[in-house]
Design a protein around this ligand. Structure first.
Ligand code: IMP
Length: 192
């Protein structure tokens, strides 16, 4: 098994990535706590590459990183790469977004996720992205999930992300799609 360092301090994210890569022969581990990489990129892909590359270089191992967020059409893609920094707590972030959108009738939005894998020398070996389209509701619905899930409605399923089972959300989400595409490319990258 080859060690793959996950560029996050969040054990929840490690578990999620372990679930996506369960059938692969990579051994996932959390990055050392003291290593903190600032997300200075202006796209999800730039931030994922930056984190994977720097963690690989610092640890001398293969590294994987993701970056994700919500892009609202009528707000020109905001909060985007600032999704996590848009407020102090999830309820504050949701309240701010609903206020900014107000009565706007164009409620179109998408979640986007970029994933990158870097070699031990820091070079980016693989990248993938996934998108999930939906609409922003006027008020939260559902108790599951995290972040902006209660206001993100997927018309084809007639449910918000917060009303879906974890399996259903994984099968259609931005992160699920990004990892599905990554898995397809993962085979054989160590030999290249
Ligand atoms: P990061 O990818 O950990 O930098 O943070 C992304 C931020 O975007 C999170 O803190 C959430 O606010 C938001 N976000 C990303 N993916 C999701 C999702 O699946 N549901 C709800 N919010 C999400």
């Amino acid at each position: 098994m080859t060690k793959l360092v996950v560029a996050t301090g969040n054990p929840g994210k490690l578990r999620e990535m372990q679930a996506y890569l369960a059938d692969s022969d990579w051994e996932l581990t959390l990055k050392p706590e003291e290593l903190d990489i600032e997300e200075t990129g202006d796209t999800f892909a730039a931030n994922a590459c930056l984190k994977a590359s720097q963690i690989a270089l610092a640890t001398g191992n293969w590294a994987i990183a993701d970056d994700s967020g919500l892009q609202v059409d009528a707000l020109n893609g905001v909060p985007g790469v600032y999704s996590a920094r848009y407020g102090k707590t999830d309820p504050e972030r949701i309240a701010r977004l609903l206020k900014e959108l107000g009565d706007e009738v164009n409620r179109g939005a998408q979640f986007a996720c970029a994933v990158a894998i870097a070699r031990p020398d820091g070079a980016i070996s693989l990248q993938s992205e996934g998108i999930c389209r939906g609409e922003i509701l006027y008020a939260p619905r559902g108790n599951g999930g995290f972040g902006y899930d209660p206001i993100f409605y997927v018309p084809e399923k007639e449910l918000t992300f917060a009303e879906m089972t974890p399996d259903l959300k994984r099968s259609i989400s931005h992160r699920g799609k990004a990892f599905a595409s990554l898995l397809q490319q993962l085979e054989g990258i160590r030999e290249k």
